[in-house]
Write a protein that binds this ligand. Structure first.
Ligand code: HEM
Length: 156
């Protein structure tokens, strides 16, 4: 089960990235044209929110109970999390950055429900989605990340 959940966590990254890029595109178009807020855009933002929240739940499971889980991983004698770049990445840098990214996606989606001018909705959502994208791109363990590298697709 542990491996299956990690594979799902890995795969969902692509769904989030595609939906987030689409959300950014939609909010950019909305903020540069003078069009009224389109409920279809809210739907795409909602799918982005759902995908990121599912990934968050799977991530929280990995964080607490996974192979390197805070409650399950037994550190070898003398190893400290902050001094070990691998542990620091998976036990702190990745989870904290991604929680922030999911928070930004949530704030971006929240703009759809805010009682403000349509152009302001698009502009503010665009900012939040871009912040989320940057954090995700920086905190994913891409195959070129050396020590913390992980495959692009599960089981590769
Ligand atoms: C947008 C959100 C996220 C994305 C795109 C993402 C992406 C990834 C990817 C690609 C991996 C490597 C998977 C593999 O080895 O096959 C990973 C591992 C991991 N993620 Fe995330 N993650 C996200 C959010 C989170 C969050 C919020 C947490 C914790 C609260 C988290 C905790 C972890 C942990 C602990 C691992 C390592 C698990 C292990 O190797 O056993 N992730 N993540």
């Amino acid at each position: 089960m542990q491996t299956g959940l990690l594979h799902l966590h890995n795969l969902l990254r692509w769904i989030i990235l595609i939906l987030l890029l689409l959300s950014i595109f939609k909010s950019y178009v909305g903020s540069t044209s003078k069009k009224a807020f389109d409920p279809a855009d809210k739907k795409i933002w909602l799918f982005t929110l759902i995908a990121s929240h599912i990934t968050l739940l799977l991530g929280l499971y990995q964080w607490f109970f996974g192979r390197y889980g805070l409650f399950t991983y037994v550190k070898p004698e003398g190893v400290s999390m902050m001094k070990d770049p691998y542990l620091r990445f998976f036990q702190m840098e990745h989870p904290v950055s991604m929680i922030l990214a999911v928070l930004f996606v949530t704030l971006g989606y929240g703009m759809a429900k805010k009682n403000i001018d349509d152009q302001a909705k698009y502009k503010k959502a665009l900012r939040y989605f871009i912040l989320a994208l940057v954090l995700i791109l920086v905190a994913v363990p891409w195959p070129f990340r050396g020590l913390v590298a992980r495959p692009l697709f599960p089981g590769m």
